[in-house]
Design a protein around this ligand. Structure first.
Ligand code: NOJ
Length: 577
C-alpha cells in the first residue's frame, strides 16, 4: 500500500476511533462510530438451530459468535426476537420485554449480547412499533370494550358510521386494512396482516410505552435500534378519502405526517440522546427532503435511514438496466454528500438473494458476481448492511408450488390474486423470483444434513446448493466468496476513504461498467466493476502507478489507463499520486 494512504489511514483511525467510541457524532468532523460500522444482518429463525426443533435460536447464534467475529464486521442487526405468535415471523409482537420461546430466553439474550460485546461487535435491535400483535395485552384490552382505557392504543372506526374510508393492507388476503370486530361492532386498522393492528401514535400513552421499551433495551446494553415500518407510525387520523393516483405516493398518504417529527424529537430527547445508541429508520419518505428531515444531525431525530429506491431496481423478471442502478445510487449519494447519513444494502429478509437479483446465480458466475456486489456495498458511502449468507454467495431457492411457501405475504397475495382472477402462471413465476422466502432459507454451514443448520426438520428447506456453497468449504478455499468478503471488509475498515470519502461517478453512460472514485484529502481510490457476463474495456484515470487494492480475479489485464475487464470483475485501485 502506498505510504501516504497507509499513514493517513492509520492516523485517522487512531485519532478518530477513540473519540468516536465515546461520542455519538463529532459535530466538527461529522465522524461517528455507527458511520464506521459494517452491519451483519441475522435472520435468527434461519441462522443456527441449537436444539433440533428446526428453528434457529439465540444459543445457535452464541455457537457462531466466533464465525461472526471472523467476518470482521463490527455490528449485528437481528430481526425481532420478542415474544410473538409469529404471524409475520416476529414482526407481530405480543410482549416487547420478552424473548420468543422458539429463540430461547432472556439469559440467552444476555449471554449473546455479552459475547458480541466481548468481541467488539455492537448490537442493533429491531423495534416494531407501527403495530403490535393482536395477542398483545394492549390489544386484548383495547378490543374488549369501547370504554376500555386501552381503546385509544389502536385505531378504531365505529360501525354505525358505515364502512371506513378505504385503506390498503399489504398482507391482507383482500387487501383491506380495516378489519371488522364484532366484540365492539367496530373496525380496526392494520396496514400489514390482520394480526398486526396499527398502534395509535397520536396517543401520548402509546408513545411513552414505546420510549420505555426502548429504554429497557438500551439499559440492557443494545447499541442501536432499527425502526420497522416507521414512516407509517404517524397517520392522518381524520381518514380522508384518498385522491386519485394516491398509489404513486403511498408513503405520503399512508404515513410521514408532520407529527412524526414531533414524535421523533421526543424519542431523541427521552432515549436516543441519553444513551450511546443510534437509530435507523426503515424507509426514508418519498423525497430527499423527507429523508433529510429524518436524519440530519441538527434535526435531533434519527441518525440513519434506508431508502428503497435501490431495491425497486431489478424487481422484474426481465432484469434491470445498469444505468438505472447507477443513477439511483449516484443521486442519493450526492443528496447526502454534505449532510445526513444513509445505509447501503442490496438484500435483506424482505427481498430475494442479492446475487440472484443483481448478479448472476448461474454456476459460471455466481461466485464472481457475488464478490463484485460485495465490493460495491463495501466501497460506497453509507453504512453497509450485509445479509447473512451473502458473504457465501447464497442464492434464491425458487419454490414452484404455493404449498412450499411459509411467508404470510406470499400466501395471502396468492389468495388475493386467485380471488381476483389474475394470471396465476405469471403470478407464480414472479413469486418464484421475488418471494421473501428466497432470502430466508437456512444458513449453509457445512455439507452435513440440512447444511448443519439443524439436526431436526428445518422450518424452511435448505437450498440444495449447500453441498458446494457453505462455510466449511469456503473457509478452506482462498478464492472463495467468504475469504474475498473478509478481505473487502478489512480494506474498508482500514481505509476511512471508503467511509467518508467523496464519491465521483466515472463512465456514466457505460452500459456494462460501474466506476467511481472515492477521495478523502490526499487519499484517492478508484472502484470499477463489470456488471455483465461479457468482457468490457475500461479507460480510466489511473495515474502513473496504480496499486491494486482488491481484485476478484487472479490477475489484471491493464495497459496504461486501459483495463480489460472480465465478466463481473471488480477492481479497486489506489490512485493517489
Ligand atoms: C418491514 C419488515 O422488514 C417486514 O419483514 C415486516 O413484514 C413488515 N415491516 C411489517 O412489520
Amino acid at each position: 500500500m502506498k505510504k501516504s494512504l497507509l499513514f493517513l489511514s492509520l492516523l485517522l483511525l487512531v485519532l478518530g476511533c477513540a473519540e468516536n467510541v465515546k461520542k455519538k457524532e463529532d459535530s466538527i468532523t461529522g465522524r461517528a462510530w455507527w458511520k464506521e460500522g459494517i452491519i451483519y444482518q441475522i435472520y435468527p429463525r434461519s441462522f443456527k438451530d441449537s436444539d433440533g426443533d428446526g428453528i434457529g435460536d439465540l444459543k445457535g447464534v452464541i455457537e457462531k459468535l466466533d464465525y461472526i467475529e471472523s467476518l470482521g464486521v463490527n455490528m449485528v442487526w437481528m430481526n425481532p426476537i420478542y415474544s410473538s405468535p409469529n404471524a409475520d415471523n416476529g414482526y407481530d409482537i405480543s410482549d416487547y420485554r420478552g424473548i420468543m420461546e422458539d429463540f430461547g430466553d432472556m439469559d440467552d439474550f444476555d449471554r449473546m449480547l455479552k459475547g458480541l460485546h466481548d468481541r467488539g461487535i455492537k448490537f442493533v435491535m429491531d423495534v416494531v412499533v407501527n403495530h403490535s400483535s393482536d395477542e398483545h395485552e394492549w390489544f386484548r384490552q383495547s378490543r374488549s370494550s369501547r370504554d376500555n382505557p386501552f381503546r385509544d392504543y389502536y385505531h378504531w372506526w365505529p360501525a354505525e358510521k358505515g364502512k371506513p374510508p378505504y385503506r390498503y393492507s399489504l398482507f391482507d388476503p383482500k387487501g383491506d386494512a380495516w378489519k371488522y370486530d364484532s366484540v365492539t361492532d367496530a373496525y380496526y386498522l392494520h396496514y400489514f396482516a390482520q394480526k398486526q393492528p396499527d398502534l395509535n401514535w397520536e396517543n401520548p400513552k402509546v408513545r411513552q410505552e414505546v420510549y420505555d421499551i426502548m429504554k429497557f433495551w438500551a439499559e440492557k446494553g443494545v447499541d442501536g435500534f432499527r425502526l420497522d415500518a416507521f414512516q407509517y407510525a404517524s397517520k392522518d387520523t381524520t381518514w380522508p378519502e384518498l385522491p386519485e393516483g394516491f398509489e404513486k405516493n403511498v408513503i405520503k398518504y399512508y404515513g410521514m405526517q408532520p407529527n412524526l417529527h414531533k414524535y421523533l424529537k421526543e424519542m431523541n430527547e427521552q432515549v436516543l440522546s441519553k444513551y450511546n445508541v443510534f437509530a435507523v429508520s426503515e424507509g426514508a419518505g418519498s423525497t430527499f427532503e423527507d429523508a433529510h428531515s429524518l436524519v440530519d444531525a441538527d434535526r435531533k431525530e434519527l441518525q440513519m435511514a434506508y431508502h428503497f429506491e435501490g431495491m425497486d431496481v431489478g424487481n422484474s423478471l426481465e432484469g434491470y438496466k445498469l444505468s438505472e442502478f447507477k443513477e439511483v445510487y449516484t443521486k442519493w449519494d450526492s443528496a447526502f454528500a454534505k449532510k445526513g447519513w444513509l445505509s447501503i444494502f442490496l438484500a435483506n429478509h424482505d427481498v430475494p438473494r442479492m446475487v440472484s437479483k443483481f448478479g448472476n446465480d448461474s454456476t459460471a458466475f455466481r461466485a464472481v458476481s457475488s464478490k463484485m456486489l460485495n465490493t460495491f456495498i463495501l466501497s460506497m458511502r453509507g453504512t453497509p448492511y450485509v445479509y447473512y449468507g451473502d458473504e457465501l454467495g447464497m442464492t434464491n431457492i425458487g419454490f414452484d408450488s404455493i404449498s412450499q411457501y411459509r411467508d404470510i405475504a406470499a400466501i395471502n397475495s396468492y389468495e388475493k390474486a386467485l380471488s381476483e382472477g389474475e394470471d396465476m402462471e405469471a403470478f407464480m413465476a414472479n413469486l418464484k423470483f421475488s418471494s421473501r422466502d428466497n432470502g430466508r432459507t437456512p444458513m449453509q454451514w457445512d455439507t452435513t444434513a440440512h447444511a448443519g443448520f439443524t439436526t431436526g426438520d428445518p422450518w424452511l428447506p435448505v437450498n440444495e446448493n449447500y453441498i458446494k456453497v457453505n462455510v466449511a468449504l469456503e473457509r478452506k478455499d482462498p478464492n472463495s466468496c467468504l475469504n474475498y468478503f473478509r478481505e473487502m471488509v478489512n480494506l474498508r475498515k482500514n481505509n476511512p476513504v471508503f467511509v467518508y470519502g467523496d464519491y465521483h461517478l466515472l463512465l456514466p453512460d457505460h452500459q456494462q461498467l460501474y466506476a467511481y472514485t472515492r477521495s478523502l484529502g490526499e487519499l484517492q481510490v478508484l472502484v470499477v466493476m463489470n456488471f455483465s457476463e461479457k468482457p468490457a474495456t475500461a479507460i480510466l484515470p489511473l495515474g502513473d502507478n496504480p496499486e491494486v487494492l482488491i481484485n476478484n480475479y487472479p490477475d489484471v489485464d491493464r495497459a496504461a489507463s486501459t483495463v480489460q475487464m472480465k465478466p463481473y470483475q471488480a477492481l479497486i485501485f489506489n490512485i493517489e499520486d
